[in-house]
Write a protein that binds this ligand. Structure first.
Ligand code: MF3
Ligand code: CO
Length: 276
């Protein structure tokens, strides 16, 4: 998506604290999702649960009506890369479902995503999920002062495309995050080391690798939103809200609570936990 006028908003430490609260509310919502996922549940059920949880906690689901988006969350199953509409189809064992949630809390945005595997799946899919998650952390490791956007982008692309022959989506990118859902700079998952905007302290980025088992090529459905792989093969999406710091990035979102719920749910195949 485009973000307008190339203004980068660096946050104060106080604002980073507020953004952390928004990000953690997204993580808590994803944790509620992780608790109830099982074969037979629909993504519309999940949308409803998220909307209730977010509003009960005084947040606003930010995707609803964003550029006309008609639901509260994105739920992208299998060959759907991102921006899938919640629907009435029961999830089945073997499905990969990426749940992407945005929340405005006290005027600040949290926005992240987690891919879950329902029931049992193949080693090929488990590897795709784990490598995608790992690539997100390889990117985050580069989110430090004086590095550049291209250093993060390259780290993600190297791990997924160059080392594991997966398809890195070109049409969609991560983004700055703050008072708006999409701020500058754009955060692609492919690129050259040493290129792009130089990172300064307290830039907040939504880093979100969208990685395909097969071709990198995607298309958008007639609904104008749903992005699918050209070859119908599955795609995985993980997203973290990350604050650039001097020596080590600060991850504002909290996967640990999602992962604990995922591991406790016998209806899911959990992905690897990456220490950071
Ligand atoms: N995480 C996605 C993004 O940052 C979700 C946006 S969905 C939309 O682009 F409905 F808000 F567009
Ligand atoms: Co995002």
């Amino acid at each position: 998506m485009s973000h307008g006028k190339n203004i980068i908003y660096y946050k104060t430490d106080y604002e980073i604290g507020l953004m952390k609260q928004a990000a953690v509310m997204v993580s808590k919502t994803l944790t509620e999702v992780a608790k109830i996922l099982k074969p037979g549940i629909t993504t519309l059920d999940i949308d409803k649960l998220c909307n209730t949880f977010i509003r009960d906690n005084k947040g606003i689901p930010s995707f609803y009506k964003y550029r006309g988006y008609p639901h509260n969350i994105c739920a992208s199953v299998n060959d759907v890369v991102v921006h899938g509409f919640p629907n009435n189809a029961p999830l089945q064992s073997g499905d990969i479902v990426s749940i992407d949630i945005g929340i405005i809390l006290n005027g600040w945005h949290g926005d992240h995503a987690y891919s879950f595997v329902i029931g049992e799946t193949t080693p090929e899919i488990i590897k795709l999920v784990n490598i995608t998650k790992e690539s997100l952390y390889k990117g985050i490791e580069k989110a430090i002062v004086n590095n550049r956007i291209g250093d993060i982008a390259f780290a993600i692309q190297e791990h997924t495309e160059f080392k594991n022959k997966y398809g890195v989506v070109r049409e969609l990118v991560g983004h700055g995050l703050g008072k708006s859902l999409h701020e500058d700079p754009q955060m692609p998952n492919f690129g050259k080391r040493g290129s792009g905007t130089k990172l300064k302290e307290n830039l907040v980025l939504a880093i979100e690798p969208m990685i395909n088992l097969g071709t990198k090529n995607v298309f958008t459905d007639k609904d104008g939103w749903t992005v699918r792989t050209d070859d119908g093969k599955p795609s995985v999406h993980f997203e973290h809200d990350v604050c650039v710091k001097r020596n080590k990035a600060l991850i504002l979102s909290d996967y640990s609570i999602i992962e604990a719920a995922e591991q406790a749910n016998p209806n899911l195949t959990p992905s690897i936990v990456i220490p950071f």
